[in-house]
Design a protein around this ligand. Structure first.
Ligand code: ACM
Length: 523
């Protein structure tokens, strides 16, 4: 069966449930969305109508929300398959969406294609599956700021996340190299900030550039469509507007946001180079007004309870050189560096007052301490476990994103033949061995984990997929499956089957190295 992520428990029985043109699909109250998703997923390859019972008179697939199954939580499900009936039960509609993905994995891999296939016996093995996720936030981060990606790819990435029972798409929408979200009140953000004249053509240290202008942005409508598409698959799109650092594209659009230094200053362009930039937002009222204008529109488009305001890598060189910033710090009784935490605190309080939960990279803890984060704010710990421990001690939930383990833009193997990347290597085996709950934290304090795809060296969807897969399959299992029983050889055996599914979807993954010596697929 080779399910990924591995379910909590699976009992295999003899026999199978054959899907034919007379198989019915019935959805109880609350299960309509999951039934529609199942039909949508299976129709292209199988052509099966899966009509409601009464119209179809063969064996039956039934989807039910049963509030009494509270032990399954918000996302768990049970799947009981006998030759006559495949019954999917969950306590909530989202659980059914997860179960639908299991049902799809139980079918032959040909079911994963987008063209009709003939001559395949569409049969589910008879099983009883009970499956409840370990962690609540199982995410995929995608940086669309360094390189714009077509909306069709964002939809596909949502499909791929959902297929692995991941439930968050964290969209990194803004950075020094591009601003990707249309903001009606600040049109220059995309008129100017979404385009750059050239880009780095080699490794950071080489300082080589191409001369190819490019860019793009997403309209509010496009992003709204993405949000709705993801919601139908049980995936929440969490927007990130990175503030107050990583804002050179915004400053190129509105130079006054960068503040003033005594003496002449260089003009600001949307940055063609990677790395940390010291052109950051001036920590004054005009910048706060700007951030609130942007966030108002972000809240309009993204219903996500969580809104990410970045907060990473905020060099204060320019702030320290600016008399007006130094004055502001003095007035607030802060150090200049403390303005970072203060600025974040202002935005956090603003989001909190609007019923949203702030997420910030763990730099927001290390940098400021000027003001505690609001209740409900969560910290994304990329620098290691230290930020997570500090955040948890202050009562915040954490999302574990340490770069060593979860930055999927890092190389996948040493040696030649791999595409250019940041230079570090994080192998599939390493991701599979990741412990997302650092001692002494408990599962309850860790909201979850996610795989990061920073795209400096991933300019196309093809390159993104190569970086993401199969490491994201491993991370999905880390986030979803019980840690007891995690076994690399056994996982690699299941992965071999799973990759035949991704083949049918045309996913351009990196074939794993140790596959030839790994365990054979299990039944
Ligand atoms: C980060 O990698 N700067 C969050």
């Amino acid at each position: 069966m080779d399910l990924i992520p591995r379910p909590t428990s699976v009992l295999r029985r003899t026999g199978g449930f054959r899907l034919t043109p007379t198989t019915s699909l019935t959805a109880g109250p609350g299960a309509e969305g999951a039934a529609a998703l199942l039909r949508d997923l299976l129709r292209p390859a199988t052509g099966l109508p899966l009509a409601p019972a009464g119209v179809a008179r063969g064996n039956a697939i039934a989807l039910r929300v049963d509030e009494r199954a509270a032990d399954l939580g918000a996302e768990g499900y049970r799947l009981d398959v006998s030759p006559e009936r495949a019954l999917l039960t969950a306590a909530a509609p989202t659980g059914l969406l997860r179960g639908v993905q299991t049902l799809r994995q139980l079918l032959p891999p040909e079911a994963w294609g987008d063209r009709p296939v003939r001559g395949v016996r569409w049969e589910l093995p008879c099983v009883s599956v009970r499956d409840v996720p370990r962690l609540r936030w199982r995410g995929g981060h995608l940086d669309v700021a360094r390189w714009w990606m077509p909306p069709s790819f964002l939809f596909r990435y949502v499909d791929l996340l959902a297929a692995h029972k991941m439930n968050v798409l964290h969209l990194h929408l803004t950075d020094d190299q591009g601003w990707r979200m249309e903001i009606e009140r600040r049109p220059r953000l995309t008129e100017v900030g979404a385009w750059r004249s050239h880009s780095m053509a080699g490794a950071l240290a080489e300082e080589r550039y191409d001369d190819v202008p490019h860019g793009g942005f997403y309209t509010r409508r496009e992003l709204g469509d993405l949000v709705a598409y993801a919601a139908r698959r049980g995936v929440t799109v969490v927007p990130e507007i990175d503030l107050p650092g990583h804002t050179q594209a915004a400053i190129a659009a509105y130079p006054e946001l960068g503040g003033e230094l005594p003496g002449p200053d260089e003009p600001v362009e949307v940055s063609p180079r990677w790395g940390v930039h010291d052109r950051i937002l001036d920590p004054g009222e005009a910048s706060l007004d700007f951030c609130r204008d942007v966030l108002e529109e972000v809240l309009d488009v993204f219903p996500s309870p969580f809104v990410h305001i970045g907060g990473d890598e905020v060099p204060t060189t320019r702030w320290r050189a600016s008399p007006s910033v130094r004055r502001r710090a003095r007035e607030l009784g802060l150090s200049v560096d403390g303005l970072h935490g203060w600025f974040t605190g202002e935005l956090d309080a603003w989001l909190h007052a609007r019923g949203r939960r702030t997420v910030g990279w763990d730099d927001v803890l290390v940098a400021g301490r000027a003001r505690p984060l609001s209740e409900g704010a969560a910290v994304m710990s990329w620098l290691g476990a230290e930020g997570a421990l500090a955040a948890a001690a202050a009562g915040h939930e954490v999302i574990m994103t340490p770069y060593d383990w979860t930055y999927l833009d890092y190389g996948q193997a040493e040696g030649p033949g791999e595409p250019l990347s940041m230079g570090h290597v994080t192998t599939l085996e390493k991701v599979y061995a990741f412990d997302p709950v650092p001692a002494p934290l408990t599962d309850a304090q860790v909201l979850g984990t996610q795989g990061q795809l920073w795209t400096e060296y991933l300019p196309t969807p093809e390159r993104v997929e190569y970086a993401a897969f199969p490491r994201l399959c491993a991370l999905a299992e880390v986030a979803w499956s019980p840690p007891a029983g995690r076994d690399l050889g056994e996982f690699l055996g299941r992965l071999r089957t799973h990759l035949t599914r991704l083949d049918r979807m045309g996913v351009r993954y990196r074939p794993p190295d140790p596959l030839s010596s790994s365990a054979p697929p299990t039944d």
